[in-house]
Design a protein around this ligand. Structure first.
Ligand code: MEV
Length: 350
């Protein structure tokens, strides 16, 4: 049986959320918590999915029925990813897909986008299609839009290209930023945000108060462009100020949250340059820019306020093939990947 293991990184939005859904830019960075997908070709004309961490076990569907009456949000990304790839590059037989994540899907690190990207990349590899990163992005973004209805595609781009990206809606601009170490601390609220409903909520607000919301988006757009320059210059004081203003604007859009505000306030009091929510809002994570000498104080403040500090490396590599070989070799690799029960998966493969 031919198999391949592919991995892609999770993401953190730095600035520009919500506005980026409406033809504006954002800045996103790829983090060293990866999603892994093992994809095997099977004889039967079926799709099999095993993704126990997101509650998908023994999922089976005829290839010809892909996309029809699919229950369960997460499996839709896998199913439509396969469907879209097969429409573009028809193949016989079926596929078995197993996923393993180094992060809980509660963190807002972009598990849906990363699974989709891994599936497309793995299919391209197994069926010998030389797809560029932009082609992988386009197919994966089409899939995410088909499931979610709306979304900028920034999470897809981050999973595909990695690094830290200046990204414009739909991948109109995807520019890699080069700079030194970004002194960022991540705080997790413990609250799961529902991205799709928060996008809808902002959409409703925009319908009701178009001028106000467009004005906010315009201001976010200006500050994201300034932030891009500040990052490249490593001007953390200015970047911190821009993050604080972005947070104020996001709160005006109604996507702030009590726990987020508490963690942001305590981080600033502990000496951070700037702090803001990251992602759709209400919950998930917040990002804090800190002077190196204040890092410990900020981390302590976040923990004391009931947040969880998440240590991540930023700007890591995008989607990649982990191993492609005989089933036995892939199996051995997979057996080395062990869960430690904390939601993270620790592994030492190479
Ligand atoms: C969600 O993580 C970020 C949003 O801007 C949605 C998107 O860009 O797709 C709210």
């Amino acid at each position: 049986m031919r198999s391949v293991v592919v991995s892609a990184p999770g993401k953190l939005m730095l600035l520009g959320e919500h506005a980026v859904v409406y033809d504006r830019p954002c800045i996103v960075t790829a983090i060293d918590r990866r999603m892994k997908v093992r994809l095997s070709v099977i004889k039967d004309e079926v799709l099999e999915v095993e993704s126990p961490k997101v509650g998908i076990v023994h999922y089976r569907k005829l290839m010809r029925d892909l996309g029809m009456e699919t229950n369960g949000h997460k499996v839709k990304f896998v199913e439509l990813g396969v469907k879209h790839f097969r429409e573009k590059f028809p193949f016989g037989g079926g596929v078995r897909i197993e996923t393993l994540s180094e992060f809980s899907c509660n963190f807002g690190f972009g598990s849906s986008a990363t699974i989709t990207v891994c599936v497309i990349k793995a299919l391209a590899e197994l069926f010998g299609k030389k797809l560029s990163n932009k082609e992988i992005f386009d197919l994966a973004y089409k899939t995410v839009l088909a499931v979610q209805g709306r979304g900028s595609g920034f999470d897809v781009a981050s999973a595909v290209f990695g690094g830290t990206l200046y990204f414009w809606t739909g991948g109109e601009v995807i520019e890699r930023l080069t700079f030194g170490h970004l002194p960022l601390v991540i705080g997790y609220t413990g609250i799961k945000a529902d991205t799709v409903s928060l996008i809808k909520q902002v959409e409703e607000l925009r319908k009701k108060d178009y001028g106000k919301v467009e004005g906010i988006f315009d201001e976010i757009s200006v500050l994201v462009k300034k932030a891009k320059e500040a990052i490249v210059r490593s001007d953390w004081k200015q970047l911190g100020d821009l993050m604080n203003r972005d947070e104020e604007l996001l709160e005006k859009l109604g996507v702030g949250g009590e726990k987020l505000s508490l963690l942001i306030k305590t981080s600033l009091q502990a000496g951070a340059f700037g702090a803001k929510l990251s992602g759709a809002g209400v919950g998930d994570c917040m990002v804090v820019l800190v002077p190196e000498e204040k890092k410990n104080d900020v981390c302590r403040a976040i923990s004391q306020a009931g947040g969880e500090v998440v240590e991540v490396e930023l700007g890591v590599e995008g989607v990649r093939i982990e191993v492609q070989s005989s089933e036995r070799k892939v199996q051995r690799l997979y057996e080395k990947i062990k869960g430690d029960g904390s939601g993270a998966v620790k592994y030492s493969i190479y």
